[in-house]
Structure formats: C-alpha cells, structure tokens
Design a protein around this ligand. Structure first.
Ligand code: KG4
Ligand code: ZN
Length: 353
C-alpha cells in the first residue's frame, strides 16, 4: 500500500511517502523541516510560533515530497497523520491539512499516536523491515526516551503494546534540555550536554539515581535536575568554566543513563524479552547506545537490540506512516472510507488508554 504521512506534533514539519507490505518497505521520499533555529532564541519551543511555522512549511513541503516520489494524488491509498500526543497548536496544523486532503481526494485517513510511531522507528529502514514479522524477536521490551516521554512497554508484536512504567514527572530529554539551559548551552540542550559529557569526569559530582531501586518500572528525573541546580549554585557564577560544565554534564548523564539502563534490563529479564527496542530523540545519545548495548549483551547474551537509524530518532513522518500501515494489517477496510470525519487532535492521547 502507498501511504502519505504527516508529522507536526512539536517543532518538526515532516512528510513521508511509503510503499509497504508485510514483505517489503520502500521510502521513495521523506522530508523534515526543522524549526530548531527559530526556537533556539527563546531557549525552548514556543507553541504559537511552532504552529505558525508548520502552517508556512506544510504545503511547500508536501509539493516537494510528492515530486521527489513522483507520486500523484491518485497513487495514494492511505493518508496518516500524528493526532496526539503533542503540542495542540502544532498537532492541529497536520491534522487539519490531512483532513482537508482526505476530504478533497476522497482518501482514507488514520490518526496515529506519536509514541506508536517512535515504537516502530527502528524498522523504518528497508533492510530491517523483514525483522518486524519474525517470531524470534517477540516479545520485546521497548524504552521510549524523548523530550516529552520516558516510558517502558512490553510488545508482543509490532502492533501490540502494554505499558510497564513511565516517568512520574519530567521526561529524560526534558531533563537533558533543562541541564543544558542551566549551563547556558544553546537549545536543545540534549545533544550539547552529551557532547560536553565526553570531555568530563562522571564521578566529579555525586548525583542521585532517582527510583533506581524501586520495584516498579517508573522513572523520575525532576530530583536529578534539581540536584544539578544545587551543585551549580555552590559555584561563584564567574568561575563556572568549561571543566566544571563538562564534569556536570558527565555526572548528570551517567546518573540518568544508569536509571534508564537498569530499569530496561530489569524489564527485559522479568518479561523474558527476546529483543530490546530503544527509540525517541534521546536514543541518538551515543553513551546510551554504548552502555545499553554493553550491559544488555553481558546480562542477556542472546538478546537482540534494535535502535532507530539516526535520521529517525527524532520526530519524523516515516515512523508515523509505518505505524499507520501496521495498524491496518496492510488492508484498507471499508470502515476507513470518510474516516477523516473521526480524526481530531488530542494533545493528551495516551498510548496505553
Ligand atoms: O523524539 P524527539 O525528537 O521529540 C519528542 O517527541 O519529544 O526528542 C527530542 C529530545 C530533546 O529533549 C533532545 O534534547 C533530546 O531528544 N536529544 C538528546 C540527544 N539528541 C536529542 N538527548 C540526549 N542526548 C542526545 N544526543
Ligand atoms: Zn517524539
């Protein structure tokens, strides 16, 4: 089936053309227009500006994406759009655009949960796609780590998930971004904090590992973020040099990763997982990749570990199109005709409800 997918849940406008069935995945075009530069001046995403920029970007990006794929509207079998969770003003732009196209072109439309997209993102690669239906990889335990989410799921198949635990306060990406802001690093802080961490000593500051030993699979990062703030306040502002900043980044990153890795390992062991999937913006973090791989391979020698390619760790429409395809089981049922009337933005849509 040929799918045209849209993602506008935060600050990336993204559109993808996918041709997919159970055996084969082809992505003839895939575009992302990032707004990072626009929001960097404000130190974070400004919802009104994000929505305005999506509105400016989305139609030219649609024309470019269709042209690259050499697709005409008549070629498309299904439209897909992220309808939640996310910033409501941003979601509305993608949802309204996809609904208008579905009504005008008379195409079925599916509203996709953004987290369902992140969960399938390691398969957004024609070479990995065949893995998705191999019985030998399921059940899996999946860790989603992004700017808005930190969640652990058990997956029985590519389209069946069950929540094991989630953050009770800040998401881990949000904590990275806030530490970046405290250290006056440009937005988004995550990639910059991880870069500085490479140069620092991760034992320089004894930060807490919140909820490391609790029996559940929940997380908490607000206390860790506050511990970083307190340690920073002890210094005379003029004296906070590159060495102190790097040590703070390294110590913070190691504390955060320790919790993520310990809980993921515990969940994988308890659920007899054959595979661990890690996805979301923070899955681009190289220290997380190295440490998670080392710990999992040591403790569960036969485990498969799946990471998204670096072009799909962040928000993108290719993962949304793939999640839509999987949800249909690759057939367009009659109940999808005129389905655009049922699709609305839902900023708080929880995958587990
Ligand atoms: O998935 P994503 O693009 O958007 C959401 O759905 O939230 O994730 C963005 C988050 C931001 O908090 C960003 O700082 C973080 O992912 N991030 C990183 C790295 N690259 C992106 N955090 C730590 N290390 C990185 N290398
Ligand atoms: Zn995301």
């Amino acid at each position: 089936m040929k799918i045209l997918a849209f993602e506008t849940s935060c600050d990336e406008t993204s559109i993808a053309c996918l041709e997919v069935n159970k055996k084969k995945l082809n992505i003839p075009s895939f575009t992302i227009s990032s707004q990072i530069k626009l929001h960097a001046k404000w130190g974070g995403v400004v919802p009104e500006l994000a929505a305005r920029q999506h509105t400016i970007n989305i139609i030219p990006l649609l024309q470019e994406t269709l042209q690259q794929a050499k697709w005409k509207p008549k070629d498309i079998d299904l439209l897909a759009v992220t309808s939640g969770p996310g910033l409501v003003t941003s979601l509305h732009v993608g949802v309204a655009t996809a609904k208008a196209l579905a009504a005008a072109w008379q195409k079925p439309l599916i509203g996709v949960n953004h987290i369902a997209g992140h969960l399938v993102s390691p398969f957004v690669n024609p070479n990995n796609w065949s893995w998705a239906f191999k019985k030998t990889i399921w059940p899996a335990v999946a860790l989603v780590v992004s700017g808005g989410h930190t969640e652990l799921y058990k997956m029985k198949s590519i389209n069946q998930w069950q929540l094991l635990g989630k953050t009770l306060d800040d998401a881990v990406g949000e904590a990275f971004d806030k530490v970046g802001k405290m250290l006056q690093l440009p937005y988004p802080g995550g990639p910059k904090v991880s870069k500085l961490a490479v140069l620092g000593n991760d034992k320089a500051f004894a930060y807490p590992r919140p909820m490391l030993k609790t029996k559940d699979y929940n997380f908490s990062f607000a206390g860790l973020k506050t511990a970083v703030l307190y340690s920073l306040n002890k210094f005379d502002k003029q004296k906070i040099d590159q060495k102190i900043k790097s040590d703070i980044c390294a110590s913070f990153q190691t504390a955060a990763l320790d919790v993520l890795i310990t809980k993921t390992l515990k969940a994988a062991q308890a659920n007899k997982a054959k595979t661990v999937i890690i996805s979301g913006g923070v899955s681009a973090n190289q220290a997380l990749r190295q440490k998670m791989n080392a710990v999992l391979k040591k403790e569960i020698p036969n485990i498969n570990i799946l990471w998204p390619d670096l072009n799909v760790t962040g928000d993108n429409a290719a993962m949304i199109g793939l999640a839509a395809a999987v949800s249909t089981n690759f057939k367009i049922s009659k109940k999808l005709s005129n389905n655009w009337q049922n699709i609305n933005a839902n900023a708080n849509w929880e995958l587990w409800n």
